[in-house]
Write a protein of this length. Structure first.
Length: 160
């Protein structure tokens, strides 16, 4: 019998982020309200925690789970760790609408939506579970040289 298993499953990309929460059940609802996420699956564990869940935002899948300190004590949610170590980045057709939707759902503004030197309209929010989300819409296609020139100009304004 031939094995026709694909090394990257259908519907997934080569890289898939995985977020750890201290309340995945509520996170699934928040991501649905904030970003229109579709819950693809959940794997409830004894005690009510979620061992694995998958959501889809646009064409991308994100894994998530609750903390399991008894199995992986160094894997913590941002709330338990007390800091954020990364940002999940979303490209969307209308950054202003998605940003407002996220804030209305309970996200905290980290950086208001602004036209950025690299050609994106970009803003950042923190979700109620401590994860940061960069949200952007590409407005201009720029060359690396154009971005470098704009960055130098932007850095001058930041020093003032």
């Amino acid at each position: 019998m031939a094995n026709n298993v694909k090394p990257v499953p259908e519907g997934y990309h080569t890289v898939t982020p995985s977020l750890v929460q201290n309340d995945t059940k509520h996170a699934l609802e928040f991501y649905k309200k904030a970003f229109g996420a579709e819950t693809r699956m959940t794997m409830p564990m004894a005690g009510g925690r979620i061992g694995h869940a998958e959501i889809k935002i646009g064409d991308s899948v994100i894994f998530m789970s609750d903390e399991f300190p008894e199995m992986s004590p160094e894997t913590k949610s941002p709330q338990s760790a007390g800091f954020v170590t990364g940002t999940t980045f979303l490209y969307v057709p209308d950054v202003d609408a998605v940003f407002k939707r996220a804030v209305d759902a309970g996200a905290r503004v980290v950086m208001p939506v602004t036209d950025m030197f690299w050609g994106d309209r970009f803003g950042k929010v923190a979700d109620p579970f401590g994860h940061h989300w960069g949200i952007a819409t590409r407005k201009e296609n720029l060359t690396p040289q154009e971005i470098q020139k704009r960055q130098a100009e932007w850095e001058k304004t930041m020093k003032k």
